[in-house]
Design a protein around this ligand. Structure first.
Ligand code: FES
Length: 124
């Protein structure tokens, strides 16, 4: 039978034991982000409303392309969506190949051989 002293000593030991949270952090917030994947090979036309904030999917894993659905977090990509505010109400073509040089807008990169040869769902 353990005495009160033993229990108190054990409790104090637990308090002094440093919890290792680094493995948990590395799992949910990887230091090296994974690469974006090609979601589609053509842009999606969307009507943006002036003053409204949008979150454009950077990782390419969203099921609600071209916008973020939180998949970047649940698949632990280490990537974040691009938040932007529409300056005016207009229809724009938003990139879904994730290779554009002027995100979130399409710049025609999806027509390149590099994107056209890539598999949907794989990185460039
Ligand atoms: S789901 Fe792709 S950035 Fe959020």
């Amino acid at each position: 039978m353990r005495g009160v002293g033993a229990i108190l000593r054990r409790g104090a030991g637990d308090l002094n034991t440093r919890r290792d949270v680094s493995s948990w952090l590395a799992r949910w917030f990887p230091r090296t982000p994974v690469r974006s994947v090609v979601a589609l090979k053509t842009p999606i036309k969307v009507e943006l409303v002036a003053g409204k904030t949008y979150r454009w999917c950077v990782c390419g894993r969203s099921k609600k392309q071209p916008f973020c659905d939180g998949s970047h977090f649940f698949q632990r990509t280490g990537l974040s969506p691009l938040k932007f505010k529409a300056q005016e109400t207009r229809t724009v073509a938003l990139c879904t190949c994730k290779a554009t040089q002027r995100p979130p807008y399409c710049d025609g990169t999806h027509r390149s051989e590099r994107v056209q040869k890539a598999e949907v769902g794989s990185p460039l």
